[in-house]
Design a protein around this ligand. Sequence first.
Ligand code: TXA
Ligand code: MG
Length: 310
Amino acid sequence: MKINLANIKKARNLLNKRECVAIPTETVYGIAGNAYSDTACKKIFRLKKRPMNNPLIIHYYDLKKLKDDCDLNVDFLKLYKRFCPGPITFILNQKKKSKISKIATNKKNTLAVRFPKHPVARILLKHLKFPIAAPSANISSRVSAVTSSDVKDDFGKKIKYILEGGRSSVGVESTIIDLRKKPKILRLGGLEVETLQKILKKKILININPSKISAPGQLRIHYSPGIPIRLNVKKIKKDEAFLLIKKNRINKTNYYFLSKKGDLKEAAKNLYTILRKIKKDNYKSIAVDKIPNIGIGKTINDRLLRASKF
Ligand code: TXA
Ligand code: MG
């Protein structure tokens, strides 16, 4: 993708004026605002109709500004060195002197921080004097946006500007790991837990369905395309769309393939686009093939399971 600096400048000018803009990241598009500004953060919540008690992820260019806001620990530094920028979000203890808006954090003393890899997001962050608060750019509880036109479909003219960045390369949200005590996964995502384990060399707890919700990505109903989904289907019902992991020779209009050869990364990248497409094609329900529950396949299954609770 060719990078358009004039567009990045336009986004920067709006952010400097405490406006919200949609920005591309390698996971999904986000609705961005100045993380130091209550005004900007309030606008994000209003736009998304997001409950105020659901805190936002704060996006940084690198460690420099983060050091003012968080206590950095050994596990964090290990993972940062290996995977950042990239599709991972860390929960850390916030410093008292941190300037991050209390609106963004819901007055918690923790912070969710991430370093997006998308080149457009990186250039933008590099040229801002503040970090960016950004939730996924979709209507609450629905499928996230992975292209600028998805964002347009969801927000229309309500959003001042959408910074073009092509299709998000990972296609599912970042993995969230709480590193305050024993490492604990709060949301499966773009980075596989097995990969994180290899670097941390210690047990990583998985807490993606807690009785007390601390990350609404953990809510059971989420990521919904707006129509019912059935999982692990071998035989579809009449009029259902059939979502398959791997292309086969049956060339029916109601068959949708997540990847050519069953590649799970490719499937994750295509997941939200295809769910949106099926809805647009006017199907009233979706049957899903069995998806291998390994690597990023676990993230795909997590999203489809939550979407199936619709
Ligand atoms: O890939 C991503 O992470 C995307 C892109 C735009 O960066 N962002 C994203 O944001 O998925 P959002 O708001 O849709 O999901 C963020 C999740 C929410 O479930 C929120 O509750 C949780 O992170 N979260 C934010 N701050 C937290 C905190 N201090 N402790 C625990 N969870 C937190
Ligand atoms: Mg979201």
